[in-house]
Design a protein around this ligand. Sequence first.
Ligand code: FAD
Length: 654
Amino acid sequence: MAVTASATSSPFVAAIEPITATDDEIRRSLEDAEIPPLLPALAYATGDLSLLRDDLRPDPLSFSMAQGGLSEVQQERARALAFEAIVRFRDGGSQPAPAPSDEDLLRIMEYAVGGAAMAEYLPLLEEELAYRGEDRRAPGWSVDEVAPGTTFEVVVIGAGMSGLLAAHRLQQAGVPFVVLEKNGDVGGTWLENSYPGCRVDNPNHNYSYAFAQRHDWPLHFSTSDVLLDYFRQCADVFGLREHIRFGTEVQSAEWSDSDLRWTVRVRTPAGDEEVLHADAVISAVGQLNRPNFPDIEGRDSFAGESFHSARWRHDLDLRGKRVAVIGTGASAVQFIPEIAPEVGELLVFQRTPPWLGPTPEYHDEVSSGLQWLYAHVPSYSEFNRFCIFWKMGDGALHSVRVDPDHAGGGDGISEVNEFVRAMLTGYLSVSFAPRPELLPHVVPDYPPGAKRMLRDNGVWAGALTRENVRLVTDGIREITPAGIVTEDGVEHEVDVIVYGTGFHASKFLTPMRVTGRGGLDLHEHWDGDARAYLGVTVPGFPNLFCLYGPNTNIVVNGSIIYFSECGVRYILGCIEHVLRSGAAALDVRPEVHDEFNERVDAENRLMAWGWSEVNSWYKNEHGRVAQNWPFTLLEYWQRTLRPDPADFELLRLA
Ligand SMILES: Cc1cc2nc3c(=O)[nH]c(=O)nc-3n(C[C@H](O)[C@H](O)[C@H](O)COP(=O)(O)OP(=O)(O)OC[C@H]3O[C@@H](n4cnc5c(N)ncnc54)[C@H](O)[C@@H]3O)c2cc1C
C-alpha cells in the first residue's frame, strides 16, 4: 500500500474517488457490503435521511451479531436502497452533501447502532471518526504561544503505538522531546510478536489511530507484519524517526526535588551508561512487553530448545518435531493452529480453556466489493469504525457486568451473560462434534468476560482434533531434561517447549527503577499493586506520565489505541497547564488519586473479571484487578478531555 498525500489528516487516505462504476459493478460490490454502516453512511454523504428506514434498522439486542442481526430480506432491501442512492450520487457528480446538523448527525448515529441514545457520545465520535479527515485531538496550543522562551524537554520511553503517538502530539505542540527505545525499530508489540498467526483481535478499521485511519486494510484482522508496517509508516510520515534513539534502554528515572527535573539513566547501544535530563517523562513501555515464564520446577534443566511466543525462534525448524506448548491464552490460540500441521506431535498443556467468539472472517481478506465501497462511498469506512467501536465497546459492556439481582444460581453473573455463555457453549459443541470427549475440557467453567475472550473461525477445534495433537489438562509438576511431567506422574518427552504464557502485565514500568519526591521508590510504593490516577499520574512522581498504565486495559475487545489517544491528550493538557502557570511541574493530589482508585476497585468487583475467581492476567499478586478499566469508553474520554487544575499541586522552583 502506497502512502499518499491527501486532503485529510490521514496519510493513508486519499480523497474519496468519484464513482465511475457501472450499475452492475455497484450491485456486485454491494453483495459484499457490511450492512449496518451502509445506509447511515449514505445518509451522511448525500443528506438524504429518508434512507434511514425503520424497517431496516438493526435491533440493538442483536447488533453484535453478523450484519447487525438483520434478516436476509432486510439485508436485500438495504442493498437495493443503497444501490439507488449510490447511483444518484454517481449521476450527480459524486459530490458529498454539506456536513449534517448536529441533530441530523445524532439521528444517523442512533440509527446506525439500532436506536441507542448517542447524544452524550456525539462530540467523542466526531473526534474519533474524523469524518472529514480532521485531526480533532491535535493539541490546540504550542509552547511558543503559551510560554514563549521557556525550555521544557520531555523524554518518552518506548516507541510502540503509545510512544509514537506521544511523540507526534509533542511535535505538534512544539515541545522538544526524545524517544528512547530499547529495540532496533518502532512497533513494540507488533515488532516483538512475530509468531505464526499473530494478529490483532480488534477489527483494523477500529485498531488504528483516529488521525491516521486506513480505508484499505487488506485483512479484517491484520497480521503483525501489516501492523508493524503501519506503525513504521506512521513514524516516517509524521517525521518521528529522527527523534528516536534506538537500542537505548532506560534503566532508571530519578526526580530531583531541588531542580524539579528528572534524571534518566540509559544503557546505550554500545553498552555504556548515559545520563539525560528532562522536565517530564512519559512512560510508554506497554503492559505486555516483558515475557512471563511460569515458575515451574526444573524449567532450566530442559535439554531441548525452548522459547517464549514473543521471542519466536524463526531459525528453528519445527517440522516433524515433538513440540509442547504451555498455555492456551491469546497468543497460543493463534499460533497452535498454524504449527499443528507441520510438527510431528503437538502436546497442548492447558490450565484454563478460553471462551471463543465465533468470527468467520477472522483470517479473511477484505473482499474487493467491500474495498470498493470503502474507497468510493464517503464516510462508509468511518461509519464502519463507529459500528465496531460500539458493538465491541460500550455496546457490549453490560454483557460482562454482574447483575446483583440475578437469580440464575451457579456462577452466572447476569441474564445476558448467561445468554452469551449458552451461545458460546453451543459454538464449542458444534466445533468439537467430531471429538465430543474433548468437550468437558474445552468449555470454560467461568463466565464469559472473566478472562480475555478470543476469536475463532473454526481453526481451534480443527487443531485440537488433529491426530497429531493432544490436549493435556493435568497440571504440570515439573520440567525435566527430557520433557514435562504432569501431576499424574507421566513424563511427556518432547524436543521443543514453546511458552505461550503471556507477559508480566501487572509489573508496570519494570524493570526500571523510578524514584520520585523525597526519594520515594515507585515499585516499593506500589508493592506489586500498581495504581495511578486515570492510569496516567501517580502522587509523589511529578511530571511522570504513563500510557497504557494501570487500569487502562479493556476486556470487551475495544482498541487500546483509543485509550492511548485519550491519555496522550490528557498528558499534553497537563504539560500545557504547567507551562501556562509558569510552574515547573505538577503532582496529582493523593486524595484525588485514592478516591478514583476506590471507584475503580468497586466497579471492577462488579465486572466478570473482578467477580470471578478464575486465574487471569487481569489480577495482580494481591488479587486486585490492576489492568482493566471497568467504566465506559465515554467516561475515559470525558475524564481525560482536559486536566482539572484542582486535581494537582503545582511545584515551582524556589
Ligand atoms: C500478541 C498481542 C496481541 C494484542 N492484540 C491486541 C488487540 O487486538 N487489540 C488491542 O487493542 N490491543 C492488543 N494488544 C495490546 C497491545 O500491546 C496494544 O494494543 C499496543 O500495542 C500497546 O502499545 P504500547 O506502545 O503501549 O506498548 P508496546 O507495544 O508494548 O510498546 C512498548 C515499547 O516500549 C519499549 N520499552 C519497554 N521498556 C523500555 C525501556 N526500559 N527502555 C526503552 N524502551 C522500552 C519496548 O521495547 C516497546 O517498543 C495485543 C498485545 C499482544 C502482545
